[in-house]
Design a protein around this ligand. Structure first.
Ligand code: IMP
Ligand code: MG
Length: 180
């Protein structure tokens, strides 16, 4: 396996800024769902780091589940279609479901997943995206909870990748156009 050097990346949000915002989101969600149980439904793989931090900021009876989707073709180019590659493990019927996404970009993924999940007849379906890139939206969709709005930049770290790399960076960084 060839060792690829990591480029120097510009930090958009530090781990401290992320931690503060995730704590606020967790507090808000805890209040809004007061005393109800909740399924934290993460979208693999990007949302896994966010979900694990957010879950510990939510003080409710919660379970984890994960969905797999394929929408990006190995990098930055959107295939235009979304495909389910892993379905939920547990039934979502009559459950309070919080769909956890790393980033809301064109909105194709969240639109597709909301439709799929509503067919499962949950009691309530809410969505949280750590990042929101409204400039890139194709589908008119918004998340119920958003960590940060960001400009039209490609970001990596804190679970987010470019061609599967950089997910383990603790800060959220901008990947310069020449690397894309
Ligand atoms: P959408 O369907 O275009 O809204 O895309 C959502 C998915 O695309 C996210 O869950 C990410 O996996 C991926 N994505 C969109 N923008 C970025 C980015 O800037 N960096 C890394 N992944 C991204
Ligand atoms: Mg991705």
């Amino acid at each position: 396996m060839m060792l690829m050097p990591l480029p120097q990346l510009q930090v958009l949000f530090t781990r401290e800024q992320i931690a503060r915002r995730v704590a606020e989101l967790g507090e808000q969600i805890t209040q809004d769902f007061s005393c109800q149980s909740l399924v934290l439904l993460g979208v693999l793989k990007g949302a896994s780091v966010f979900l694990s931090d957010l879950a510990r900021a939510i003080h409710l009876d919660a379970t984890f589940d994960f969905l797999g989707v394929s929408s990006y073709n190995n990098g930055t180019h959107h295939s235009g279609e979304v495909r389910l590659t892993k379905d939920v493990d547990e039934s979502m019927e009559d459950r309070n479901v919080l769909l956890v996404e790393d980033i809301l970009d064109t909105g194709l993924t969240m639109t597709y997943l909301s439709k799929v999940l509503l067919a499962h007849q949950p009691r309530a379906l809410r969505t949280v995206a750590l990042l929101d890139k409204p400039a890139r939206r194709i589908k008119p969709v918004r998340a119920d909870y958003v960590g940060f709005e960001i400009p039209d930049e490609f970001v990596v770290g804190y679970g987010m990748d470019h061609a599967e790399r950089y997910r383990n960076l603790p800060d959220i960084c901008i990947l310069p156009k020449h690397v894309l």
